[in-house]
Design a protein around this ligand. Structure first.
Ligand code: ADP
Length: 558
């Protein structure tokens, strides 16, 4: 038995029932389904340790087919796990929480049904990706921009929003920008939330709250329905925008930087999506473990870390974000940032002009006739900017995502601790990369953040992994502390330790009274009993046969 298999729990869906379900699906419908062992082995890959395995994968192409699958699932008492694109890397990818659950893959529902230029929203299906939406807006000559994540360009806009993922602009709160859902319920019926319940209501995708109880939240991070359409708010291309990066000079100023971030966001000068990343996070974007080292050690030796930081000009903490608005607004925010961060480190703005200038310098230096001259040019660039010249490429990607253009550049950082080089297009499931995300929410106060980081960093040391953290402004009061555990899947001991560290991080977080902002498919949420009971009651009412995503957010039918 392999290492992964030995960790599955006894809870599983009866394979005979899955076979009967698949056979009925084949005879009664034309819906595509795969259940051969090689295909399932691929579908069951995930960057988390010991993922649960799907019993089959079903690919409906329309809302009616989704409803038909759900009806059959009820008939055969076979649970289905909806995924939109299944790029939920680090949280379980496209794998379920219970072995043999049938994955209901929605990637073939991939139409952009409407773009409303006046009211600045789109109505899309779950298979629509960030790349597809941006391309559609560009090619149709729209004046609208979408927010995107710095994650996979092929990730689903709806999938990410339902998991309450974060982007990079003032529209970074992705669930906050969803408005108006169409949902297939567990009994196969199709409903619309908010104004959509009133037929052709013109505010379905503009007025978030509808009338009466607000129910859209029921379909986020839950297993109460399958979202098959959603309105997503877009924003008009701003007159001006830029990105900024800030290198903190002294570690002891870190809590003051968190407090400055809060003040600047509360004042409305910075927005959700601003982020503060530590040295391992920055290095994982810029570099990889030196050749041959990933197999030998489970974290970078201190001397290598120091050398890598020097080579790439990486400080202990870097702060960054975007500024969007009128020319005057962008200039004003730049001025205010300069004033607030004065004396704390080095602030750099990345806009069209600075990028053009940097590209010209880069081209000139690369075109110098001798290696000595080129090295001299690079040395001079470093003296002027404090950064190596290869960072110009990274700055281009930073600038791109700030206008909603997704890029592979940042997500490739999950290959930091691998022996293979970063591929042009990241697919860590395919490449057997080990990475686990864990993300508690923390109040945006320097002292609170330091307390949380100190206790969790100690666990990283104890379990011997690189301490990776990125702090994302979820709003002006809350930071999402995004921790990653990079580990080698080929190394059984490391895999077990990575899982144990994940468990230890969860326990420490719950003990401190904090909650995760989202969870990995198999991870606990930390609900107290009374709260869990209420969710079970909702589940019992909405899905009495327990056929939708059992175990999602630790909710199952009673
Ligand atoms: P992405 O490709 O954007 O990363 P996924 O498709 O992997 O997103 O979805 C992440 C998780 O969100 C899934 O595992 C599932 O629990 C939930 N989810 C995704 N799409 C839907 C949907 N259309 N309806 C209900 N839940 C969904």
């Amino acid at each position: 038995m392999n290492e992964e298999a030995s960790h599955s729990t006894v809870e599983t869906v009866d394979p005979a029932r899955v076979r009967a379900f698949v056979s009925a699906l084949r005879t009664r419908t034309t819906i595509d389904v795969v259940d051969d062992a090689p295909a399932l082995a691929i579908a069951g890959r995930a960057t988390i340790p010991y993922p649960k395995q799907p019993g089959a994968v079903v690919y409906p192409t329309s809302v009616e087919e989704v409803a038909a699958v759900v009806c059959l699932a009820n008939e055969f008492r076979v649970p289905v796990w909806p995924v939109s694109k299944g790029r939920n890397w680090g949280y379980g990818s496209a794998t379920p929480a219970v072995d043999n659950t049938v994955v209901l893959h929605l990637e073939r529902l991939n139409s952009i049904l409407e773009v409303n230029e006046d009211l600045a929203y789109a109505v899309i299906e779950p298979g629509v990706t960030y790349r597809q939406l941006k391309q559609h807006l560009v090619e149709s000559g729209s004046r609208l921009w979408c927010d995107c994540t710095d994650g996979p360009p092929q990730g689903s806009v709806i999938g990410n929003a339902l998991e309450r993922g974060m982007g990079v602009t003032h529209y970074a709160d992705h669930f906050g920008t969803l408005c108006g859902l169409e949902v297939v319920l567990a009994d196969g019926s199709i409903i619309r939330t908010g104004g959509g319940a009133f037929g052709r209501c013109p505010t379905w995708n503009t007025h978030k709250w509808g009338v009466g109880p607000y129910v859209e939240g029921l379909f986020s991070q839950s297993n109460f329905g399958i979202v098959v359409k959603a309105g997503i708010w877009l924003f008009p291309a701003p007159e001006s925008y830029c990105a900024f990066t800030f290198d903190l000079a002294r570690d002891e100023d870190f809590p003051h930087l968190v407090d400055a971030m809060r003040e600047l966001t509360l004042a409305g000068l910075l927005t959700a999506g601003a982020h503060l990343i530590n040295n391992i996070c920055a290095l994982s974007v810029l570099s990889q473990y030196p050749a041959g080292m990933a197999e030998r050690v489970s974290r970078l030796p201190e001397a290598v870390l120091v050398e890598q930081r020097r080579r790439y000009g990486v400080p202990s903490w870097s702060f960054g974000g975007g500024i969007h608005g009128t020319h005057e607004w962008v200039k004003n925010v730049q001025r205010r940032l300069r004033r607030r961060l004065k004396g704390m480190g080095r602030l750099t703005f990345i806009d069209d002009r600075t990028l053009l200038a940097a590209s010209l310098i880069e081209r000139t230096v690369r075109g110098l006739p001798t290696a000595t001259l080129r090295r001299g040019g690079e040395w001079f660039f470093r003296q002027m900017t404090g950064k190596p010249m290869e960072l110009i490429g990274v700055a281009r990607h930073v600038h791109e995502v700030m206008r909603g253009q997704p890029t592979e550049h940042f997500v490739r950082h999950v290959y930091f601790k691998t022996s293979m080089s970063k591929p042009a297009e990241a697919h860590p499931d395919r490449d057997n990369v080990g990475a686990i995300w864990f993300a508690p929410a923390v109040p945006m106060q320097g002292a609170e953040v330091v307390r949380t980081l100190d206790s969790l960093a100690a666990l990283y040391r104890e379990y011997d992994f690189d301490f990776y953290v990125a702090l994302l402004a979820q709003n002006s009061r809350t930071l999402i502390a995004l921790f990653c555990i990079f580990y080698s899947k080929e190394n059984a001991d490391e895999t077990r330790r990575a899982k144990d560290l994940h468990t230890a991080l969860q326990q420490a977080t719950f003990a401190a009274g904090l909650q995760p902002y989202r969870t990995s498919v198999q991870a606990p949420t930390g609900y107290p009993d009374g709260y869990a009971k209420m969710l079970q009651q909702i589940k019992a009412a909405m899905d009495p046969n327990g056929i939708l995503a059992p175990g999602k957010s630790r909710i199952s039918a009673p």
